[in-house]
Ligand binder design. Structure first.
Ligand code: KG4
Ligand code: ZN
Length: 380
């Protein structure tokens, strides 16, 4: 099955072509046009600017994705599009004007290609499901063996710029959100704190980079202490806006003492402590949820899953406290938004009789082929 997937939920215009069968996912192309530079000067994503950029980028990204995937004839023209079996597009959650741009583009493409392949289908995909299934995108690995590592029940910790969620997965395609952020998402907190520290957008990688500065580590033994919001609350919700405010007060306090973040040692200290505060809360809640629901697999996904400290520390904690639990995480390039993960999720909705899967797969395919609609708050 050849799947062409389109992702425009936020500030990346992404198209991927995935060749999928029960043994293998072959990523024929995975093109991501990032708008980071455009939004950086505003310190965050501006929805209307993002929509305009998606409209501009989509035809270019499509051409690149098709070319890379080998849909070209001897005259270097795009051809053989009849081989595409399924078009997948993100319908939510995300910025609605951006989602609509992707959906309209996908539907137009569907209309054009339907004449070449009457079996062509179109399907809407939840962006968060893409982040979960991004763990199956490995450069060279046997899909069956990857799939066999996802034993149910599973728990996914999804951490991105827009979301922080704990999702209980009872079976293939059966999700239940058991906890979510009450205010800022983890990635959003990284971005906002970075802005306070005068670091560029997106702030997550910048904070992570500074926090990892070993040359400053020896002298930078920190006395700074930031709160770990809701770490001991009985539910599985998160809150990061208080942590962000704590950084703001800390900076004000330091300023009064004549200290500024022009001091790189101080900046490094704040980054390290802030990052650790976020990680501590994420790990504590994930482990507690994993124990309560007796899960066999823990999955980490979303843009913040690119954070090396989070990846490592969560892995170490699982090994220590839940040694027989599988721990799956995407390779770094598939942590942030991309369309290959949307294609992967689409595959599991499209297959009707998956031998290696249980009952749930394919279940939702029928209602997903028509009436695609953007839903900014789409839930799993
Ligand atoms: O999943 P994603 O690409 O987009 C959304 O769906 O929101 O996530 C983007 C978020 C941004 O907030 C960015 O700062 C954060 O992921 N991020 C990181 C790292 N790399 C990206 N946060 C912490 N550490 C990183 N290394
Ligand atoms: Zn995302």
């Amino acid at each position: 099955m050849i799947i062409l997937a389109i992702e425009t939920s936020c500030d990346e215009t992404a198209i991927s072509v995935l060749k999928a069968d029960k043994n293998k996912f072959e990523i024929l192309s995975n093109i991501v046009a990032s708008q980071v530079k455009i939004h950086a000067k505003w310190g965050g994503v501006v929805p209307n600017l993002a929509k305009r950029e998606h409209q501009r980028n989509l035809p270019i990204v499509l051409k690149k994705a098709l070319k890379k995937a080998g849909f070209v004839n001897l005259k270097s023209q795009i051809s053989n599009l009849k081989d595409i079996d399924l078009i997948a597009v993100t319908t939510g959650p995300g910025l609605e004007p951006c989602l609509w741009t992707g959906i309209n583009f996908a539907q137009e493409l569907y209309k054009n290609l339907k004449s070449q392949n009457s079996n062509l289908k179109i399907i809407g995909i939840n962006h968060m499901e893409g982040h979960i299934l991004s763990v199956l995108l490995k450069e060279k690995s046997n899909l069956k063996s990857q799939i066999s590592k996802i034993e149910f029940p599973a728990m996914a910790l999804l951490v991105s710029g827009g979301h922080t969620e704990l999702v209980l997965i009872k079976d293939w395609l059966k999700y239940k959100v058991i906890g979510a952020t009450r205010d800022d998402a983890a990635g959003e907190a990284f971005d906002k704190v970075a802005k306070m520290l005068g670091l560029p957008y997106p702030g997550g990688p910048e904070i992570a980079k500074l926090a990892a500065r070993t040359d400053l580590a020896e002298t930078a033994r920190s006395v700074l202490k930031l709160p770990r919001p809701m770490i001991n609350s009985k539910d599985y919700d998160f809150s990061f806006s208080g942590l962000k405010t704590a950084v703001l007060y800390l900076l004000k306090d330091l300023k009064q003492k004549g200290l500024t973040t022009d001091d790189w040692l101080l900046k490094t200290n704040i980054c390290r402590e802030f990052q650790q505060a976020v990680i501590d809360v994420l790990i504590k809640k994930t482990l507690r949820a994993a124990k309560e629901f007796k899960v066999k697999t823990i999955i980490l996904g979303g843009g913040v899953a690119a954070n090396n400290e989070l990846r490592t520390q969560l892995g170490e904690k699982i090994k220590k406290e839940l040694p027989i639990t599988n721990y799956l995480l995407p390779i770094t390039k598939y942590t942030t938004d991309n369309a290959a993960m949307i294609a992967a999720a689409a595959y599991f909705h499209a297959i009707t009789c998956p031998p290696s899967l249980r009952s749930g797969a394919g279940r939702r395919e029928k209602d997903k082929t028509k009436n695609l609609k953007a839903d900014g708050n789409l839930s799993l």
